[in-house]
Design a protein around this ligand. Sequence first.
Ligand code: C5P
Length: 223
Amino acid sequence: VAPVTIAIDGPAGAGKSTVAKRVAERLNLMYVDTGAMYRAVAYLCAQEGIDVNSECAVEAVLDAHRVSFEEGEDRTLQVLIDGVNVTSRLRAPEVSALVSTVAAHPRVRQLLTEWQRAFAERHSVVMDGRDIGTVVLPHATVKVFLTAAPEERARRRQEEYRRMGYEVPLDEMVKNVIERDRKDSERAVAPLRMAEDAVRIDSTDKSIDSVVDEIVQLVENAH
Ligand code: C5P
């Protein structure tokens, strides 16, 4: 049987990772967080003091280190750099600040896109990101475009940061989220946009559970 592929795209803080993880648990699929892959590159650049605006410098640092992705015990993607698991460090504000610049480089995208496709050929997956339904998995079984109002998305990100021990004022968070969406939407290669055959879900006033139910229903209807 061909693997089931569920693509969940949308702007920062729409709830993609929480929802994708739960959908994966419900349907017993693997959850692949493609944002973590771009974050891994940004994290490595930050560690090595690389100018993220230079695609050559970013490529060179990738060549010099071993970045690998594997399935963790909880069926979520784990990111290893030179054999060290860095997954829990990838959502820090300093990584978020660099990631959209790194993700705009075509050769970085090509590398990660190939890996993502290869993974979806071997596993049934729920994959979340910005270009999954449009570029990475254009034939996905179900495509969802998950959005929410910017203030709500900023509030959720602020909550997430607070749990990690960072205190960021809400107005700053709103600015960060909007700026990242702008960069992700305006880049030349694989910009953030809704696939024509995606289902749009606005999570502003919805609980996580109801969004998860809605997506599971879409998957069941697709069979
Ligand atoms: O989803 P998350 O916030 O972790 O994504 C971090 C960043 O990685 C995004 O803002 C975007 O710049 C980049 N990204 C991307 N394509 C994807 C997933 C993430 O460009 N498929």
